[in-house]
Design a protein around this ligand. Sequence first.
Ligand code: NAD
Length: 421
Amino acid sequence: MQKKKLNPFKIAQAQLDEAAKKLGLTPHIHQLLRKPMREYHVTIPVKMDSGKIKRFKGFRVQYNDARGPCKGGIRYHPDETIDTVRALAAWMTWKTALLNLPFGGGKGGVICNPKEMSSGELERLSRGYIRMIFKYIGPKVDIPAPDVYTTPQIMAWMMDEYSKLIGYYCPGVITGKPVEVGGSLGRDDATARGGVYTVREAARHLKLDTKGATVAVQGYGNAGLNAAILSQEIFGCKIVAVSDTKGGIYDPNGFDPKAVVEHKRKVGSVINFPGTEFISNENLLELNVDILWPAALENVITKENAPRIKAKIIAEAANGPTTPDADGILYKNGVFVIPDFLCNAGGVTVSYFEWVQNITGLYWELEEIHRRLDERMTRALHNTLNMSLEHKVNMRVAAHMIAVERVARAMELRGWRKKIK
Ligand code: NAD
């Protein structure tokens, strides 16, 4: 299928090229931004429970640090590739710039299957990865965080290993930690909450009443289920469809998203939730709803199904759910897309708050976190919307334009170019 062949790094470069063209970026700066500034490839020996030593391949990509230390998660995945890590590191660079966080972009990955590893093996792998890269990370250099299949517990082990190696407790080296070891309040639902704030602003712009607005969510994990619950709790939206790997459930009259969480916990899937009918993941995307949240996988909205999308707002909680050729179709059809690196930036924003709390030693109440998150997400949405209206470009191009311009400006001011005119 076409979706498997797309190289995420090539997509990231094409998105940059389009923004660079619109901005008239200096060729030298543009070329510098097309490649990661620095990347580390490591081999991690790990003693498995069997007593045998297994070697794992890991990466850390530091894409750009013109605006501050690199920031980005670490993924554990059997299909991890360096190009995926490069693409995600590029997107982190744009995301931190768009939200105006004082960070650059980075990303890490280890090729492994955590589902087949014991807790002890995962701990030894995580500590081994940090031993390989500890010289190149730090609160002022590069600050990792959790991502696919990495957890707050793994962040705690990594922070502990780093602290032991440098000789003092250093919570600011990594974010997404448990609250007991320097984690921030409000990190659990930060991604979805940030996305919900952007949806509120998009709805205001479209003059769409969020009370009673219908919502479908693809993917009922951390991002998706919190998006459903918060949309209902904060705005009174009506959740009519949600899905996971096994398929989806649909009820045009709406259902209680919290009860679905409980059902999934008991039976392992959202399907067969009482009072709902089955819907496939493909059909869920094409439902006649006000707000659609792709919150699972990349490349699910393509040029094939984009003409049939009826949602008024697409809130991209997932990374890369829309292919570049689908974007044009959605824009032409008037679908308001909140692009991934804006919609799901709540996670890194609260990670930033965690880092600030770690380095100052002053910890904030939950209300403070929510207020600051709302402010940043709302500002970023309106900056992007204004750019989109002013230049008559879709929201993704507009978001890239703002972010790339900010990074390029920092590079120019710091003198990272051939000739000073
Ligand atoms: P998760 O593992 O908690 O949940 C993923 C959900 O998607 C699960 O319910 C799973 O069953 C479902 N799913 C997997 N394959 C599917 C398929 N083929 N069809 C339908 N559903 C499928 O992951 P998450 O943390 O919620 O992340 C989801 C997306 O959001 C990812 O793209 C991730 O990169 C992005 N994201 C998450 C965060 C965060 O803080 N959690 C931050 C930024 C971006």
